[in-house]
Design a protein around this ligand. Sequence first.
Ligand code: GLU
Length: 371
Amino acid sequence: MTERLAGARRAVVKIGSALLVESQDGRIRRSWLHALADDVAGLRERGCEVLIVTSGAIAVGRRLLGLKGDGLRLEESQAAAASGQIHLAHAYREALARHEIGVAQVLLTLDDTEDRRRYLNALNTLNTLLRMGVVPVVNENDTVATGEIRFGDNDRLAARVAMMASADALVLLSDIDGLYDRDPRTAPGAVMIPEVRAITPEIEAMAGRPRPGDSSGGMRTKLIAARIATQAGCHMAIADGRIDRPLRALLDGAPCTWFVARDSPTTARKRWIAGALKPAGAVAVDAGARAALENGRSLLPAGVTGIEGRFERGDAVVVKGPDGREIGRGLVAYSCADARSIAGHKSGEIETLLGYRGREELIHRDDLVMP
Ligand code: GLU
């Protein structure tokens, strides 16, 4: 089962507040974080791109602002998050700089992952950062996200990020080493489940109810995260993060629970493109481009003979062959106006024609479905 992480090309690692921040004084546990950075460097050396989703802004910020007591008012936790996030980001920068790995802060809200245009913008940013070899360090944008527009827990946020980035593994580092058939804190004979292939009502019952004192996540949000991730083709692990170098331990076969994905990320993403979207327009291609697409290549502007309908960058469009029949569907990288300007031209001319340097492809092969 370790190959789910060992074989991953893109992994999201979620780090909970309880691991990163001392509960008594709100300090960041730097030696743990530095060891984790060693693990991240190790994964990257194996050819795996890494994204981090981190909690801890509120836990750090409340100490900095001197906010005491159990419950914080909404505006207090938002202020705490705003204050703590700077320190959190800095701690990651410092930890990964020891390996000469760059970091970038990405703050997302629920809306950013639900609204398709914002989703695609965020996705493009993440992909660009990863291409540049930088580790995105993601948290919820707590200062603007409130109430029902809020994730509230980073388990689900991490699953959305994994889905967005087409990651093939998501590891939720937690203060428990996996999913148990009963609550191990109250049932001494509880047994850990090493592998979950379907999230059945029995599995859901194992998660139980969050107990007072649990951090915002608990097992229930982890199961929701597992559902999101596995449906998007990403395997997900709940693993013990309380030890130093928890990712290496996982690679070495430490016990954990793996939730197994049904499809590979590409097929899940392509199913989403093929099925769930209403095409906003169409792109007609010549015979040469059709042959290239049938061989699994991207659609370049040079092979485009016509543009129909009104669409924006990121919309779903139909691809039509020379005889006008649908041959595929994809997400287009340019608006209809820009697509008209570059249709029939070489990719090298895009910058001159549009005044900006967009993608070389009108539809990238990862965003294209040919039935
Ligand atoms: N976004 C919150 C923070 O950074 C954490 C949410 C969670 O506990 O998962 O403090």
